[in-house]
Design a protein around this ligand. Structure first.
Ligand code: GLU
Length: 483
């Protein structure tokens, strides 16, 4: 048996902080994370902030907050490319020193002219290598032009890799020209920084969106020039909107933090996004641990995925239902308090101080009917706010016999033990005495106490409301009668 350990898997998520953290980006991060976890590897976060015009600290914060909310914790990083400039310059110098890269003094006007001439000859426009060391032949560098640095791309052969998602891909070097790797102001370009980082961070698997497929042969050539071991590449197809178009804000929430606001649970987001572009048989609902156990780079979808908001909601509902009542009550408490504060400010109403110890039980009552924490908060708020009566519904359901039933029930409830069983006993007793059918009593009671025609089981609902509140609200029945 060999005691040589296989190389550790090292993946990275390398977002550019130029906007919010898009759910497409999150899925890329998730796959890189799950792949590393599956192989007991290392997951790295690298912030590609070299586009100083478009990178913002807010976008960096959104990336870090979003990943931390989802529990996609990096083992290394965040690294910031802007803090690695010295290293890029060192590598540039090494490459310039031995001709792997060279200074190019062609002006933009000159390059335009060159391309024009190529087009006129029916050729594909590409840099013709006029400043390659072998072509300069003693030509002096113009003093008034600040040069760019170009990578000397191989002339012959093909660049090929076996993409984890797309299978074998091959590009002829004849298709690639000498890429600019540093601008005339000396700053390294995107493709160069990625390469130096992937090399120095010893990335073994580059998982990224397939909008980067065209960069890969160029990056491979530079890696090879550096003598670096090549990572395995996996290019993920895009996520589209439900209409099959590129996902954008007009489709709805596309920033991951919007999902937090809407009351999605991190595990549900992970589950839904994992399944969007990858499958494990017919499994739709699986835990993070199962995902990690199953995610080995196989069964990645070859075609773009379509975001299905209804399914996303359904997945969230499954997770919400399965969450324990206490945890749900902690999760909705701030949302609930916000609602109560708004109601208090609007109506001079003073909210029940701490939303009570009843909150866990209230969550238990409603969780089957709420798909998100926002919906659950709305439903829970019913217990802490005055009911908003629908006069039409009240008029329809508060018939004479119903009123008599409500009055009798209020009398019984005034004296019973405040438990679900005892309340159920009172309801049963009133039904027996008045010969009312359950809905003819329960609907008016629900309307009076909760402002809703339908709720979970009435005895369980009433039991979570203080007795005095229930009696005061049921007394509205008498007020209505005396009017
Ligand atoms: N920074 C690039 C982006 O946000 C990703 C680069 C990469 O993964 O290689 O699209």
């Amino acid at each position: 048996m060999s005691n040589v350990r296989p190389p550790v898997v090292r993946t990275r998520f390398a977002p550019s902080p130029t906007g919010f953290l898009h759910i497409g980006g999150v899925r890329t991060a998730l796959y890189a994370w799950a792949y590393a976890r599956h192989f007991d590897g290392v997951f790295i976060l690298r912030i590609e902030d070299t586009d100083i015009g478009r990178s913002t600290p807010e976008a960096v914060a959104a990336i870090i907050d979003g990943m931390s909310w989802l529990g996609l914790t990096p083992d290394e990083g965040p690294y910031f490319q802007m803090q690695r400039m010295d290293r890029y310059q060192e590598v540039l110098s090494l490459m310039l020193a031995d001709g792997r890269a060279y200074h190019c003094y062609s002006t933009p006007a000159e390059l335009d002219e060159m391309r024009e001439a190529q087009r006129a000859r029916g050729e594909k426009p590409r840099y013709d290598g006029r400043w390659r060391p072998e072509n300069v032949k003693g030509r002096a560098a113009p003093a008034d032009v600040k040069p760019v640095v170009r990578f000397r791309n191989p002339d012959h052969g093909i660049v090929q890799w076996n993409d984890l998602v797309k299978g074998p891909i091959a590009i002829a070097n004849a298709e690639l020209d000498d890429l600019i790797i540093a601008r005339s102001d000396g700053t390294p370009t995107y493709n160069f920084c990625v390469v130096v980082d992937d090399w120095e961070m010893a990335i073994t698997h580059v998982v990224r969106g397939d909008d980067h497929v065209n960069n890969t042969p160029r990056q491979i050539n530079i890696l090879q020039a550096l003598g670096a071991e090549l990572p395995i590449y996996g290019h993920l197809p895009m996520i589209h909107g439900p209409d099959g178009q590129k996902l954008s804000k007009r489709h709805g929430a596309v920033s991951v933090l919007q999902y937090e606001e809407l009351g999605y649970l991190p595990d549900a987001v992970i589950n839904y996004l994992a399944r969007l572009g990858w499958s494990h048989g017919d499994d739709e609902i699986f835990s993070r641990d199962q995902l990690v156990a199953w995610f080995d780079g196989q069964h990645l979808s070859h075609s773009p995925s379509q975001l299905d908001f209804d399914k996303f909601r359904w997945v969230n509902h499954q997770y919400l239902k399965a969450t324990d009542d206490q945890a749900l009550s902690e999760a909705i408490r701030p949302r609930l308090q916000k609602r109560l504060a708004v109601a208090a400010a609007d109506a001079g109403f003073s909210p029940a101080p701490a939303c009570g110890d009843r909150l866990a039980a209230i969550c238990g009552l409603w969780k089957d009917r709420a798909a998100t924490l926002e919906e659950l908060s709305d439903l829970a708020a019913i217990f802490f706010l005055p009911p908003s009566h629908a006069p039409d519904a009240l008029a329809r359901h508060l018939t004479e016999p119903a009123r008599a039933g409500v009055t009798l029930l209020a009398d019984r409830l005034a004296g019973c033990e405040w438990s679900r069983e005892a309340i159920a006993g009172c309801i049963k007793g009133v039904l027996a005495e008045t010969k009312l059918k359950m809905p003819h009593l329960a609907v008016p009671v629900r309307l009076l106490v909760f402002g809703l025609e339908q709720t979970p089981s009435l005895d369980a609902m009433l039991c979570q409301m203080p007795r005095e509140t229930v009696l005061t609200r049921l007394a509205q029945n008498r007020l209505a009668q005396n009017r």
